[in-house]
Design a protein around this ligand. Structure first.
Ligand code: SAM
Length: 327
């Protein structure tokens, strides 16, 4: 299948993600980080084939399982899926959609490894007075097999709760190189570093507090780069291939590129792919990738919509449906 854009590191495809995935070879991607359309929330304006507009939760779950079966085929055997999902209400009832999907994926052969709570300090205001305001979503970590690549060190967090990744830790304080008598002890770097790290950093915990990040160009919910970063860092090594079958404005590809990973993104909406193309190509022009990328004259193989060169704003025809309000 001809990509919408391919610069050697970032490849974007325009189309229904299940159809595009079927054309990709098995076992090429190390990790998939994605946020599919939530059930019943929004019409992305691309007509049939869109996910999230199914009549019933069961239909949605069935479609999600089929889609992620194809993702599993494209993943390496030690690959992972980081799946961001939020819930929906219908007829006053919370639907529990994230867990329905998670259990269905488990049933389909995935290993469900973690339910990360994305806690939002700046949630969407809700006019409800008969339940707490919803201020979290889920990121499920699932793996293709029982053993998988996971770089825990890359996403250790400091004990005060401020997260940091490898390479950013501070030096041990000077006082640690003196013993109680005031005499200097041997400053053994590796010992000092290990001890210091044990004192100041711990394994990443499962509640991530990350503000939503408005991205005015996209008239729909993009997820924040800070949510994607730990998934990319723990789920892949530099040079690895990442995947997002619902790439939207390209956040996953952008974060992957920033950290020296390659990325395949797929979306049904060509307007969003324009944004994704511009965001990822601007970064490469700014030298935001550690590896040289091929010069992009124009994206190859436009299959709908048109690539707008930097500076032009594409329009979006997304709209929010009313039926989730005030539930
Ligand atoms: C929640 S948005 C993803 C936003 C993205 N994470 C970002 O940060 O911009 C979901 C995306 O799925 C796309 N989509 C819906 N159904 C699709 C399908 N069947 N195949 C490919 N993309 C689809 C929509 O066009 C939309 O861009």
């Amino acid at each position: 299948m001809t990509p919408y854009l391919d610069d050697g590191d970032i490849t974007l495809y325009h189309g229904d993600s299940i159809d595009v995935l079927r054309t990709l070879p098995a076992g090429i991607a190390q990790t998939c980080v994605t946020s599919p359309p939530y059930w019943g929330l929004r019409d992305y304006g691309t007509g049939g084939g869109q996910m999230g507009l199914e009549q019933t939760p069961d239909e949605y779950v069935t479609n999600m399982v089929a889609l992620f079966r194809e993702v599993r085929r494209v993943l390496r055997d030690d690959g992972t899926l980081w799946l961001n999902l939020g819930d929906a209400f219908a007829d006053k009832q919370m639907q529990g959609m994230p867990w329905r999907v998670a259990f269905a994926l488990q049933q389909d052969g995935w290993y469900l490894r973690s339910d990360i709570i994305w806690s939002k300090p700046n949630p969407m205001p809700e006019s409800v007075t008969d339940r707490p305001t919803k201020s979290h979503e889920y990121v499920f970590l699932l793996s293709k097999g029982p053993r998988y690549f996971y770089d825990a060190d890359a996403i250790r967090e400091d004990v005060t709760g401020n997260t940091h990744s490898r390479g950013t830790k501070k030096s041990p304080p000077k006082s640690l190189v003196h013993d109680d008598s005031g005499m200097k002890v041997k400053n053994n770097r590796s010992f000092m570093e290990a001890t210091w790290d044990a004192v100041t950093a711990r394994n990443r915990r499962s509640v991530w507090t990350i503000p939503t990040e408005p991205f005015p160009e996209a008239h729909f919910a993009t997820y924040p780069q800070a949510l994607v970063t730990p998934c990319i860092l723990a789920g892949s090594r530099p040079g690895d291939l990442c995947l997002d079958p619902f790439v939207g404005s390209g956040t996953t590809c952008l974060v992957a590129r920033k950290h020296g990973r390659r990325c395949i993104g797929i979306d049904l909406n060509a307007d969003y792919l324009n944004i994704a193309a511009r965001r990822t190509q601007q970064l490469s022009l700014l030298g935001g990738t550690p590896e040289p990328v091929a010069t992009l004259d124009r994206p190859r193989g436009l299959t709908g919509g048109a690539y707008n060169p930097p500076g032009q704003t594409p329009h979006s025809n997304a709209r929010t449906s009313d039926h989730r309000r005030k539930q």
